[in-house]
Ligand binder design. Sequence first.
Ligand SMILES: Cc1cc2nc3c(=O)[nH]c(=O)nc-3n(C[C@H](O)[C@H](O)[C@H](O)COP(=O)(O)OP(=O)(O)OC[C@H]3O[C@@H](n4cnc5c(N)ncnc54)[C@H](O)[C@@H]3O)c2cc1C
Length: 240
Amino acid sequence: MRDLSRRDLLRATAVGAGAVAIPSMIAGSSAIAADGPGWPSDTKFPPAQLTGRIVRPQSPDYAEASLGWDELFVHYPLVIVFAQETQDVVNALTWARQHNVALRVRSGRHNLEGWSNVDNGIVIDVSELKDVHIDTATRTAKVGAGLNQSEAVTALGEYALAATTGTEGTVGLSGATLGGGFGFLTRYLGMACDNLIGAEIVVAAGADGAKVLEVDPWNHSDLLWALRGAATATSESSPP
Ligand SMILES: Cc1cc2nc3c(=O)[nH]c(=O)nc-3n(C[C@H](O)[C@H](O)[C@H](O)COP(=O)(O)OP(=O)(O)OC[C@H]3O[C@@H](n4cnc5c(N)ncnc54)[C@H](O)[C@@H]3O)c2cc1C
């Protein structure tokens, strides 16, 4: 990838070829409705149970678990779910919808205004999803949404690969990528979001449930482009 110009890279990532990718498990919010075949909008799901590592106000680690990077903004959530696998996110989103509870998604906790936390709501924390799979042949990486930037740089560096990240190691890779992601490599490789070529996401389904979607340039590409901060790609809107 080092021999690609940014323009070439954008072309490559738009068709999913040859770029370092940072697919992450991106948890959606109940505001996203993506009902597919078999899930009519009035479908009711069985009552959900919260799974994963659950932290509640009476838990000894609640204070640490509810703290964000910017301590000017303190929130007291009803429950924090530290997802250990995708199904935990599905269960948490379903539970939030069934109980009409506000939810936030959190990775590296570095939102400057504390927007990844909420009073009396549920925080779905993906920071413990740390899987890394690197394919050197295609120069792509599939990583868990819980990697921070330092962990991502370290993992990629072992294979002489790189992706754009910001300068603070503890910022969450998925939070930074969804927000654009600007760093020393931006002029060379584009923004972090330019390198995102696929994601596993959890979205609302039916009347009160949730489901997993795989998004990439060929499947639910509108959602991939939304994650990259753009609208649906067309030949007119693709990078020149
Ligand atoms: C000290 C510091 C240095 C920074 N340096 C840079 C820099 O050099 N370059 C740069 O571009 N930015 C920089 N930022 C900004 C940073 O990239 C953003 O604040 C980023 O959104 C933080 O992501 P996070 O996962 O750590 O935070 P979080 O608070 O966990 O999340 C941030 C936002 O992303 C959402 N989110 C996070 N993960 C997911 C997910 N998996 N699915 C869905 N939504 C999710 C959250 O709901 C929230 O709205 C810096 C911030 C700080 C505090």
